[in-house]
Design a binder for this molecule. Structure first.
Ligand SMILES: Cc1cc2nc3c(=O)[nH]c(=O)nc-3n(C[C@H](O)[C@H](O)[C@H](O)COP(=O)(O)OP(=O)(O)OC[C@H]3O[C@@H](n4cnc5c(N)ncnc54)[C@H](O)[C@@H]3O)c2cc1C
Length: 427
């Protein structure tokens, strides 16, 4: 048996989704010594868009002004996690998060006053607050009804130019499509992740530019599935624009998508360089609290690890990532067995009709926190002064229906780090 390796830190973050990574970034910017442990989770599935609020329950129209939607959410759903973070803080959180990504080489649009109508993999539109710079030209071209060609690839499943054009025909009549082979991958299936890594090589970019120019005709704007490089997408896009002499933008593909993998790989590469102790691809198996701190227990290929921290942020997500577990007898929080607010009985988890516009009660399940984002026991007391929580593990929100996944993650991580910093500094 190997003896456990010990790490001592001020803050431990459990979870490596957007909430966990955002918490580490905010902690890093505040010079809080941080260790983060996280198993693979939903981040690789995201489109890369950072949504704040894109849809309101019971309102037919999409949300164009998320800040106004936030104000009315505060009136109608005061327990929603976004209602419990000041709008100024949410704005600051998005600005700090996207600025960090930009400094690390993954440029994003800054949070604006209104939502952006962004393209989905099937050519529908969704409202989001920030988009990767590689995708920004798409919504502009759509708004201007500019002539544009969507180019897709032989052998690529889950992204069809014909489908995108068919779904956008009414709104974007000057949109057309062409299909080409990806250089060096002319036979069989092709995958966005493999194409993205191939495009890091200059010779492949030159061949792709030639093929694009062969089908684009007089059209000066080209839309491509998201695959413009894994580590330097802005550079790959700029190079393809130079080689083709045309404007180029990406559209997200079906999950797991390159923009999500980019985020995950960037965080895993950059955070340790900046001083975060990152233990990726591992699950914390127990978390205990004592008078002098908290202890996280886990193991990797080299044996057991113990992380001793003064404060902990729990950002373990919901069902997909394992933060919450659905059992025949009810929904459980898996690490500390924190009480989970949930429908009274299993029969109430789902409504009769899958497409019921009110959504399903199970999607609002989660843990309760106080105003300092500390989890609560069933008696309504803090579980521990050293414990904070962030992300979609929090109750009273249906982020899928509200198109608010990243927004809840980033805003609540900001709040949890602010409160953890207050605790650590003894204020
Ligand atoms: C298909 C799909 C598409 C999406 N598209 C968008 C989009 O377009 N825009 C948008 O804003 N958001 C989108 N999201 C939402 C977004 O990716 C996040 O799911 C959301 O922001 C919640 O983040 P989170 O960090 O709270 O939770 P998660 O992302 O679920 O992360 C939780 C993390 O905790 C880890 N974990 C769990 N238990 C443990 C443990 N015991 N020890 C260590 N780690 C643990 C998990 O492995 C995971 O890494 C999408 C999600 C999915 C699934």
């Amino acid at each position: 048996m190997n003896a456990p390796r010990h790490f001592t830190t001020q803050l431990a973050v459990i979870g490596s989704g957007i909430a966990g990574f955002a918490a580490s970034i905010f902690a890093l910017n505040r010079k809080i010594a941080t260790a983060q442990v996280g198993n693979t989770g939903a981040v690789a599935y995201t489109t890369g868009y950072l949504d704040l609020i894109g849809k309101r329950d019971g309102v037919a129209d999409v949300v164009t002004d998320p800040w106004q939607a936030l104000a009315s959410l505060r009136e109608t759903e005061p327990t929603h996690p976004l209602s419990r973070v000041a709008a100024d803080d949410i704005q600051r959180a998005f600005a700090e998060f996207t600025a960090f990504l930009g400094e690390c080489g993954l440029a994003y649009s800054a949070p604006g006053a209104v939502n952006i109508s962004a393209l989905t993999p099937v050519g529908t539109l969704k409202q989001t607050l920030c988009v990767p710079a590689t995708m920004a030209a798409g919504p502009h071209a759509l708004a201007a009804n500019a002539a544009c060609v969507i180019v897709d690839f032989r052998g690529l499943k889950g992204f069809s130019g014909v489908e995108v054009v068919a779904n956008l025909r009414q709104r974007w009549p000057r949109l057309t499509t062409q299909r080409i082979s990806f250089p060096g991958m002319e036979r069989g299936e092709v995958y966005p992740e493999v194409m993205a890594r191939a495009l890091e090589v200059p010779a492949i970019r030159e061949k792709l530019a030639e093929a694009l120019n062969g089908v684009a005709g007089s059209t000066s704007i080209i839309g491509l599935p998201a695959m413009l490089g894994m580590h330097r997408p802005d550079h790959v896009r700029a190079e393809l624009e130079r080689l083709t002499g045309r404007e180029i933008f990406e559209i997200p593909t079906m999950p797991p998508s390159v923009p999500g993998i980019r985020l995950r790989e960037l965080f895993q590469q950059v955070l340790p360089q900046k001083g975060v102790t990152l233990v990726p691809q591992q699950k914390v198996t127990s978390l205990s609290f004592g008078d002098d701190g908290a202890t996280l227990a886990l193991s990797d290929n080299f044996g057991p690890i113990r992380v001793h921290a003064q404060a902990v942020i729990l950002a373990t997500g919901r069902f997909l990532s394992g933060g919450l577990e659905a059992h025949p007898t009810g929904i459980r929080e898996h690490l500390l067995d924190l009480p989970v607010t949930q429908p009274a009985a299993r029969a109430d988890w789902y409504r009769a009709r899958y497409t019921d516009p009110r959504g399903h009660p199970i999607h609002r399940a989660g843990i309760e926190v106080d105003d300092s984002f500390r989890p609560l026991t069933s008696e309504g007391r803090r579980y521990h002064d050293r414990l904070f929580a962030a992300g979609v593990i929090l109750a009273h929100q249906d982020w899928i229906r509200g198109r608010s996944g990243a927004g809840i993650a980033i805003a609540t991580a900001f709040k949890a780090v602010t409160e953890a910093e207050r605790f650590l500094s003894g204020r």
